[in-house]
Ligand binder design. Sequence first.
Ligand SMILES: Nc1ncnc2c1ncn2[C@@H]1O[C@H](COP(=O)(O)OP(=O)(O)OP(=O)(O)O)[C@@H](O)[C@H]1O
Length: 205
Amino acid sequence: MQIILEQLGKRFIREWIFRRLSLELATGDRLAITGPNGSGKSTLLQVLTGAMPASEGKIQYFEGSNEIPADHFFRQVSIAAPYLELIEEFTLTELVDFHQKFKPFKQNLSTPAFIERLDLKASRDKFIRNFSSGMKQRLKLGLAFYSNVPLVILDEPTSNLDTRNSDWYFEEVQKLDADQTLIIASNVPAEYQFCEKVIDIQAYK
Ligand SMILES: Nc1ncnc2c1ncn2[C@@H]1O[C@H](COP(=O)(O)OP(=O)(O)OP(=O)(O)O)[C@@H](O)[C@H]1O
Protein backbone atom coordinates (compact mmCIF):
# COMPACT_ATOMS: atom_id res chain seq x y z
CA MET A 1 0.00 0.00 0.00
CA GLN A 2 1.19 3.47 -0.87
CA ILE A 3 0.36 6.34 1.50
CA ILE A 4 0.71 10.05 0.76
CA LEU A 5 0.48 12.63 3.54
CA GLU A 6 0.29 16.24 2.48
CA GLN A 7 0.73 19.04 5.01
CA LEU A 8 -1.07 16.95 7.61
CA GLY A 9 -1.87 18.57 10.95
CA LYS A 10 -3.86 17.76 14.09
CA ARG A 11 -4.80 20.02 16.95
CA PHE A 12 -6.87 19.62 20.09
CA ILE A 13 -8.60 22.93 20.85
CA ARG A 14 -5.68 25.37 20.45
CA GLU A 15 -2.80 22.95 20.87
CA TRP A 16 -1.16 21.71 17.66
CA ILE A 17 0.04 18.12 18.22
CA PHE A 18 1.76 18.04 14.81
CA ARG A 19 1.70 20.24 11.70
CA ARG A 20 2.99 20.38 8.13
CA LEU A 21 3.69 16.65 7.95
CA SER A 22 4.28 15.63 4.34
CA LEU A 23 5.47 12.11 3.63
CA GLU A 24 5.24 9.37 1.01
CA LEU A 25 5.33 5.70 1.89
CA ALA A 26 5.77 3.14 -0.85
CA THR A 27 4.46 -0.43 -0.77
CA GLY A 28 6.63 -2.45 1.63
CA ASP A 29 8.13 0.55 3.44
CA ARG A 30 8.86 0.23 7.15
CA LEU A 31 8.31 3.54 8.97
CA ALA A 32 8.97 4.31 12.63
CA ILE A 33 7.33 7.30 14.30
CA THR A 34 9.36 8.25 17.35
CA GLY A 35 9.10 10.84 20.11
CA PRO A 36 8.83 10.99 23.89
CA ASN A 37 5.65 10.29 25.90
CA GLY A 38 2.87 12.69 25.00
CA SER A 39 4.55 13.94 21.82
CA GLY A 40 1.74 12.80 19.50
CA LYS A 41 2.70 9.40 18.09
CA SER A 42 -0.61 7.71 18.92
CA THR A 43 -2.55 10.75 17.73
CA LEU A 44 -0.80 10.54 14.36
CA LEU A 45 -1.57 6.80 14.09
CA GLN A 46 -5.22 7.45 14.85
CA VAL A 47 -5.39 10.16 12.20
CA LEU A 48 -3.67 7.78 9.76
CA THR A 49 -6.25 5.06 10.36
CA GLY A 50 -9.19 7.44 10.14
CA ALA A 51 -10.13 6.92 13.81
CA MET A 52 -9.65 10.69 14.28
CA PRO A 53 -10.09 13.41 11.66
CA ALA A 54 -7.11 15.56 10.63
CA SER A 55 -7.39 19.28 11.40
CA GLU A 56 -5.64 20.21 8.17
CA GLY A 57 -3.96 18.58 5.19
CA LYS A 58 -4.70 15.42 3.29
CA ILE A 59 -4.10 11.64 3.43
CA GLN A 60 -4.37 9.37 0.40
CA TYR A 61 -4.06 5.59 0.25
CA PHE A 62 -3.38 3.65 -2.95
CA GLU A 63 -3.35 -0.03 -3.87
CA GLY A 64 -1.51 -0.09 -7.19
CA SER A 65 -2.89 2.92 -9.04
CA ASN A 66 -6.31 2.77 -7.34
CA GLU A 67 -7.05 5.19 -4.54
CA ILE A 68 -8.78 3.50 -1.58
CA PRO A 69 -11.80 5.50 -0.39
CA ALA A 70 -11.45 6.59 3.25
CA ASP A 71 -14.55 4.62 4.30
CA HIS A 72 -13.14 1.36 2.87
CA PHE A 73 -9.68 1.80 4.26
CA PHE A 74 -10.28 0.19 7.67
CA ARG A 75 -10.60 -3.25 6.05
CA GLN A 76 -7.09 -2.87 4.63
CA VAL A 77 -5.26 -2.24 7.87
CA SER A 78 -4.45 -4.32 10.90
CA ILE A 79 -3.68 -2.39 14.09
CA ALA A 80 -2.23 -3.48 17.43
CA ALA A 81 -2.40 -0.67 19.97
CA PRO A 82 -2.84 -0.39 23.75
CA TYR A 83 -6.07 1.66 23.40
CA LEU A 84 -7.74 -0.88 21.05
CA GLU A 85 -9.50 -3.41 23.22
CA LEU A 86 -10.12 -7.06 22.44
CA ILE A 87 -13.67 -8.33 22.97
CA GLU A 88 -13.49 -9.57 26.54
CA GLU A 89 -16.72 -11.62 26.40
CA PHE A 90 -15.30 -13.98 23.76
CA THR A 91 -13.15 -17.03 24.30
CA LEU A 92 -9.90 -17.03 22.36
CA THR A 93 -11.33 -19.35 19.69
CA GLU A 94 -14.48 -17.22 19.33
CA LEU A 95 -12.45 -14.03 19.06
CA VAL A 96 -10.13 -15.40 16.38
CA ASP A 97 -13.08 -16.88 14.40
CA PHE A 98 -14.83 -13.50 14.60
CA HIS A 99 -11.69 -11.62 13.50
CA GLN A 100 -11.26 -13.95 10.51
CA LYS A 101 -14.79 -13.14 9.24
CA PHE A 102 -13.56 -9.63 8.49
CA LYS A 103 -9.82 -10.09 8.11
CA PRO A 104 -8.87 -13.61 7.05
CA PHE A 105 -5.33 -14.76 7.73
CA LYS A 106 -2.57 -15.14 5.20
CA GLN A 107 -2.26 -18.55 3.50
CA ASN A 108 -5.72 -19.51 4.82
CA LEU A 109 -4.25 -20.20 8.25
CA SER A 110 -7.05 -21.75 10.32
CA THR A 111 -8.08 -20.52 13.77
CA PRO A 112 -6.63 -23.60 15.58
CA ALA A 113 -3.36 -23.32 13.59
CA PHE A 114 -3.11 -19.60 14.45
CA ILE A 115 -3.68 -20.34 18.15
CA GLU A 116 -1.04 -23.03 18.02
CA ARG A 117 1.48 -20.69 16.35
CA LEU A 118 0.91 -18.20 19.15
CA ASP A 119 1.57 -20.97 21.64
CA LEU A 120 -1.84 -20.32 23.22
CA LYS A 121 -3.43 -23.73 22.64
CA ALA A 122 -3.93 -24.33 26.35
CA SER A 123 -6.01 -21.10 26.48
CA ARG A 124 -8.17 -21.70 23.41
CA ASP A 125 -11.41 -21.86 25.48
CA LYS A 126 -10.39 -19.22 28.00
CA PHE A 127 -12.28 -15.91 28.05
CA ILE A 128 -10.22 -12.94 26.85
CA ARG A 129 -11.18 -11.11 30.05
CA ASN A 130 -9.08 -13.69 31.93
CA PHE A 131 -5.98 -13.22 29.77
CA SER A 132 -2.95 -11.54 31.32
CA SER A 133 -1.85 -8.22 29.80
CA GLY A 134 1.13 -9.95 28.13
CA MET A 135 -1.13 -12.66 26.63
CA LYS A 136 -3.47 -9.96 25.29
CA GLN A 137 -0.55 -8.09 23.74
CA ARG A 138 0.80 -11.27 22.13
CA LEU A 139 -2.69 -11.95 20.72
CA LYS A 140 -3.08 -8.39 19.38
CA LEU A 141 0.31 -8.61 17.69
CA GLY A 142 -0.47 -12.07 16.29
CA LEU A 143 -3.73 -10.82 14.75
CA ALA A 144 -1.81 -7.90 13.21
CA PHE A 145 1.02 -10.08 11.88
CA TYR A 146 -1.11 -12.86 10.37
CA SER A 147 -4.03 -10.87 8.88
CA ASN A 148 -3.94 -10.67 5.12
CA VAL A 149 -3.83 -6.87 4.83
CA PRO A 150 -1.53 -4.47 2.96
CA LEU A 151 -0.89 -2.18 5.96
CA VAL A 152 0.15 -3.13 9.50
CA ILE A 153 0.24 -0.52 12.28
CA LEU A 154 1.80 -1.21 15.68
CA ASP A 155 1.72 1.20 18.62
CA GLU A 156 4.22 0.45 21.42
CA PRO A 157 4.49 -3.19 20.28
CA THR A 158 6.54 -4.64 23.14
CA SER A 159 4.62 -3.00 25.99
CA ASN A 160 3.65 -5.67 28.54
CA LEU A 161 5.89 -8.28 26.87
CA ASP A 162 8.51 -10.23 28.77
CA THR A 163 11.89 -11.08 27.23
CA ARG A 164 10.67 -14.30 25.55
CA ASN A 165 7.68 -12.52 24.01
CA SER A 166 9.81 -9.53 22.96
CA ASP A 167 12.12 -11.97 21.14
CA TRP A 168 9.05 -13.47 19.47
CA TYR A 169 7.96 -9.95 18.38
CA PHE A 170 11.36 -9.25 16.77
CA GLU A 171 11.24 -12.53 14.86
CA GLU A 172 7.64 -12.14 13.67
CA VAL A 173 7.78 -8.48 12.71
CA GLN A 174 10.67 -9.16 10.39
CA LYS A 175 8.72 -11.98 8.73
CA LEU A 176 6.01 -9.63 7.43
CA ASP A 177 5.55 -9.92 3.67
CA ALA A 178 7.80 -7.68 1.58
CA ASP A 179 4.72 -6.00 0.07
CA GLN A 180 3.12 -5.19 3.42
CA THR A 181 3.66 -1.61 4.57
CA LEU A 182 4.49 -1.29 8.27
CA ILE A 183 4.20 1.71 10.60
CA ILE A 184 5.43 1.49 14.19
CA ALA A 185 5.01 4.18 16.87
CA SER A 186 7.61 3.77 19.56
CA ASN A 187 10.13 5.43 21.80
CA VAL A 188 12.08 2.18 22.27
CA PRO A 189 14.81 2.03 19.56
CA ALA A 190 15.07 -1.77 19.76
CA GLU A 191 11.42 -2.05 18.60
CA TYR A 192 12.06 -0.33 15.29
CA GLN A 193 15.81 -0.67 14.56
CA PHE A 194 15.07 -2.47 11.28
CA CYS A 195 12.87 0.38 9.90
CA GLU A 196 14.51 2.18 7.01
CA LYS A 197 12.45 5.34 7.56
CA VAL A 198 12.28 7.08 10.93
CA ILE A 199 10.52 10.36 11.72
CA ASP A 200 10.54 12.24 15.02
CA ILE A 201 7.09 13.70 15.60
CA GLN A 202 8.69 16.59 17.49
CA ALA A 203 10.04 17.90 14.18
CA TYR A 204 6.45 18.69 13.14
CA LYS A 205 5.35 21.19 15.80
N1 LIG B 1 -8.77 13.48 22.74
C1 LIG B 1 -7.82 14.34 23.15
N2 LIG B 1 -8.15 15.59 23.55
C2 LIG B 1 -7.21 16.48 23.95
N3 LIG B 1 -5.88 16.19 23.96
C3 LIG B 1 -5.50 14.97 23.57
C4 LIG B 1 -6.45 13.98 23.15
N4 LIG B 1 -5.75 12.84 22.81
C5 LIG B 1 -4.45 13.13 23.02
N5 LIG B 1 -4.30 14.39 23.47
C6 LIG B 1 -3.02 15.06 23.78
O1 LIG B 1 -2.19 14.97 22.64
C7 LIG B 1 -0.81 14.86 23.04
C8 LIG B 1 -0.19 13.67 22.35
O2 LIG B 1 -0.71 12.45 22.91
P1 LIG B 1 -0.38 11.02 22.27
O3 LIG B 1 -1.14 10.00 23.04
O4 LIG B 1 -0.59 11.09 20.81
O5 LIG B 1 1.19 10.93 22.58
P2 LIG B 1 2.19 9.70 22.41
O6 LIG B 1 3.42 10.26 21.74
O7 LIG B 1 1.52 8.56 21.73
O8 LIG B 1 2.51 9.36 23.92
P3 LIG B 1 2.95 7.97 24.66
O9 LIG B 1 4.36 7.68 24.22
O10 LIG B 1 2.87 8.36 26.11
O11 LIG B 1 1.95 6.91 24.26
C9 LIG B 1 -0.82 14.79 24.58
O12 LIG B 1 -0.55 16.08 25.08
C10 LIG B 1 -2.25 14.37 24.89
O13 LIG B 1 -2.65 14.86 26.14
